[in-house]
Ligand binder design. Structure first.
Ligand code: SAM
Length: 273
């Protein structure tokens, strides 16, 4: 029986051609054709890279139909690549239907490493990178956008949005209205000549509106729990030890400290365990 082919998900530059890796170049050589979001854009990229490869259109409106063609070729043992216009396929871009169809048909999917806008934005944002939510684009309608923001406002994790320059000021207004004032970083034109990180607050950006040109990522601080006092770790540990000496169980001691000092139980556990 013929071996099945592999679907390679190939990330493409978000603005800087030098971010095409040797592995990406050799994979382009190895595949029999490239399915892509926009054949004109992919063709332009292939020309810049000096590569000659057949491209076939597979975008958000025909991905489901085209996936049967992709699966057919893969079943016949051909290796295929998928590329979106910029960054990773399947991240606010088409590609995830193809992946689902491949897995359903027991076909190997191999994503290559490469450029992506939100990771660059996050790591340069000066915000907490230990836990974060990538949301992608908010709805373009303000009423829908506000509903989405309501569902996100209580997360304490850094929140990342993609945004378009013609909509950003309206979105910032809605975000400020629902989230209140928080630190925000706008990452603009990443990897390009005019790359810029704007470190500010929602209040400041809404009060002093400006025009934002180019491609943008918003990185916003998670919910700040203003009621949670700054923890004095030694003090809490001493109180916990005193309660244990008075024959309270560990669980009860944590409950008591949580009630008396209005501290979340998990925060206490992190100190005493
Ligand atoms: N698939 C891409 C990825 O992996 O990042 C995202 C594609 S999405 C259709 C396009 C959005 O990504 C833009 O509207 C912008 O929010 C963000 N983006 C793409 N390139 C960027 C860049 N060079 N600088 C800042 N943001 C960028």
């Amino acid at each position: 029986m013929q071996n099945k082919g592999i679907l390679y998900l190939i990330p493409t530059p978000i603005g800087n051609l030098k971010e095409v890796s040797p592995r990406i170049l050799s994979t382009i050589d190895e595949v029999s054709c490239i399915f892509c979001e926009d054949t004109r854009n992919t063709q332009k990229l292939l020309n810049l890279l000096g590569k000659n490869k057949k491209t076939i259109s597979c975008h958000e409106h025909n991905e489901k139909i085209m996936s049967s063609k992709v699966i057919e070729l893969l079943e016949n043992g051909e290796n295929i690549a998928y590329m979106s216009d910029a960054g990773y396929p399947a991240i606010s871009d088409p590609g995830s239907i193809l992946v689902k169809e491949c897995i359903k048909n027991d076909i190997k999917v191999t994503p290559l490493s490469g450029p992506n806008a939100f990771i660059n934005a996050l790591v340069g944002s000066n915000q907490d990178t230990s836990h974060f939510i990538f949301y992608g684009f908010l709805n373009s309608k303000s009423s829908e956008r506000k509903k989405e923001l309501e569902s996100l406002k209580n997360y304490s994790f850094t929140i990342i949005f993609y945004e378009a320059p013609h909509r950003i000021n309206d979105s910032l207004k809605d975000i400020y209205e629902i989230f209140g004032n928080r630190n925000i970083t706008i990452a603009r034109e990443l990897t390009k000549l005019n790359e810029e990180f704007i470190y500010s607050t929602l209040e400041n950006l809404v009060t002093n509106q400006r025009e934002y040109k180019g491609e943008l990522v918003l990185v916003i601080e998670g919910k700040i729990n203003k009621n949670e006092p700054k923890l004095d770790h030694e003090f809490i540990k001493d109180k916990y030890d005193e309660l244990l000496k008075s024959n309270f169980s560990s669980k009860d001691a944590i409950n008591i400290l949580s009630i008396i000092y209005k501290i979340n139980k998990n925060s206490i556990k992190k100190i005493v365990y």
